[in-house]
Write a protein that binds this ligand. Structure first.
Ligand code: VGL
Ligand code: ZN
Length: 205
């Protein structure tokens, strides 16, 4: 059984947001059209406390884009984004949510970041996404959303390691591209781990 997983389509990752992904809003109509073709749809939501360790603002003297050691895990420092209960953490209002079975929040512990929708970056915290999908009978996981080179990539890799046949819907995702080429590198990494790269046309016929 197939499931659609929508990663972090939140205001802060969209144009005008605190950590805006270029053209991030272009994924919204693609994802809305895809939703008609799935009976099981789940979403993830980046959901940080304001004192989160991934925010450069919480490390005096440090800047966005620098790397630090956050409790033993390498961490890129980001601008303040997706703070719990803020407008930036909300899903875009154009994104249809009527059919969503559940939302899995991540990055809720200030001591560790969570790119994957499944597990924290230190692999300790589990959002419950994998057990939920398995309980619902999902075998094939179709991933879309933001951002290709961070949360989408790590969600796809964990989807594979959790035993799902995992697909990336390429036109349903956009990258941060902190470094030129990050989008292409992340696609290659996902493919090398066995994920299949498709487009929404492969699902909508
Ligand atoms: C993300 C950076 C920081 C993402 C989340 O959703 O890709 N990127 N937090
Ligand atoms: Zn985040």
């Amino acid at each position: 059984m197939k499931a659609l997983l929508i990663v972090d389509v939140q205001n802060d990752f969209l144009p005008g947001g605190a950590l805006a992904v270029n053209d991030g809003d272009q994924v919204i109509p693609v994802i809305n059209a895809l939703q008609d073709h799935f009976d099981l749809i789940v979403a993830t939501q980046d959901w940080h406390p304001s004192d989160h360790g991934s925010f450069a603002a919480n490390h005096p003297g440090r800047n966005v884009g620098e790397f630090i050691d956050l409790n033993g895990v390498q961490q890129i420092l980001w601008s303040v984004h997706c703070v719990q209960e803020s407008v930036g953490a909300d899903f875009h209002t154009d994104l249809e949510r009527d059919k969503w079975a559940a939302v899995f929040q991540k990055g809720t512990q200030k001591t560790v970041d969570s790119y994957s929708g499944f597990f924290d970056n230190n692999r300790q915290g589990d959002t419950g996404l994998s057990s939920f999908l398995k309980k619902e009978g999902a075998t094939d996981l179709f991933v879309c959303g933001l951002a290709t080179d961070y949360c989408v990539k790590f969600t796809v890799l964990d989807g594979m390691s959790e035993g799902f046949n995992t697909y990336l819907i390429a036109d349903g995702t956009k990258a941060v591209n902190l470094e030129v080429g990050d989008y292409a590198r992340s696609i290659k990494t996902m493919e090398q781990h066995g994920a299949r790269i498709i487009t929404s046309k492969d699902l909508i016929m």
